[in-house]
Write a protein that binds this ligand. Sequence first.
Ligand code: GLU
Ligand code: ZN
Length: 489
Amino acid sequence: MSVRVRYAPSPTGNQHIGGVRTALINYLFAKSKGGSFILRLEDTDRRRYSPEYVQNLYDTFKWLGFYWDEGPDIGGPVGPYVQSERFELYRKYAEDLVRMDKAYYCFCDSDRLERLRQEQIATKKDEIGYDRHCRSISKEERDRNIAEGKPHVIRLKIPLDGVTVFHDELLGNIEWKNADISPDPVLLKSDGFPTYHLANIIDDHLMEITHVMRAQEWIPSAPLHRIIYDAFGWEMPELCHLPMVLGQDGHKLSKRHGATAVNEFRKAGYLPEALINYIALLGCSYEDGRDIYSLDELVGLFKIERLNKAPAVFDYQKLEWFNGQYIRQKSDEELSVLIHPYLIEAGLRSELDTAKDQMELAAMPLVKERLKFLTDAPAIMAYLYGRLDLPPVETYLPKKADAQDAAVFLEEDTRILQEFGLDDISSVEDKFRERALEMGKKLGDLLMPLRVAITYTRVSPPLFESMKILGLGESLDRIEKSIQYLRGA
Ligand code: GLU
Ligand code: ZN
């Protein structure tokens, strides 16, 4: 039987690192086995549901660049892939369980349940929860209630004693006392809505899911699921509960630690490849001494045995490092396209401007090494657009020089540039070196005012390359402007 796995988010929030990691592991496992990766929307919680979250889900995975083989937006052989479109089915299966005496109608109204709860709290009973009252009502009472049209839920019969065992691919056999399972959980609510447990299991079964890989917080649901599978007489998929992702302080990763929503990372200038690569390594070891893997390489190497049992710690700095690595792997063409929206947003250029396109492309080799995030591009590149204010005079000054000295240096720089141009920048650089020697100055001192005149800062991308990109005319204009400025100081 071919492997079929699913990612089954509830659209009650934006996609976050934890969900994407679950999805990615499912994807890697499916693809490593030549199987299928399915998306199912578990949208039974209508109060917290929003269509925006569904859109965010689609956008996130399109951006990340790994996608499902079957799902609500692309269809497939076992749809619909949205639980709210499958309601009739759940009712039918829940009724089957009642007929098979594995589940029963409960007519208790909310008043009775609330009274029960208060009593349990008051008497400090160990067992908090439903008291199984309707499990033993007579058939007559039941039929009368139904005839009267009394609202009811359907509850699962949890065995009263014994244990339930399930197997986890990562954690081995896990045994739960049936007494520790919530007494007779609701499968179908009085409005006909299924609970998570019922819908999840019916869907996994009908969608022929072979492996359920999900977050470890779902372990307590697993014994209950085992009982439901057994009640139907269905085979349970293999289970694999994934280790948690923690922040550096050992608490579950949350907003307190930093960005957790994928669109925040996207806005902050992360590349999807970096995020995927880093997330794939969370709690999973591939080859020693190697960090950078493409999605295809990860597929080739993935094995459940490579997952760690211990929780993974999310390290934002490590992710930053990955981002820098992936930025440097981009070709100049790719990178200039990627930073484009950020330059527009910063007001440095408009959408269509071929001259700027060319200038930016030429600037990529100078900028690439300095980018940690795509969002760094506007600040690093702003000088190329020449829209900055001239910095304070001190910025121009080499050691032991004043504004007038700096202006003299700039005049000297102008002469050299006028004579030799910028066609061959390495020989022009030699001219500057010779000239510094003649003047009894350090090359760095001679170049400092020039660097500031051209790039507005003392620490900048390579100076001669920058001038070449700006062109001789623009470079000389900038120098002239700074000379005027320093003379007036
Ligand atoms: N809808 C559940 C969730 O939001 C799915 C859990 C599971 O994978 O079984 O995580
Ligand atoms: Zn009841």
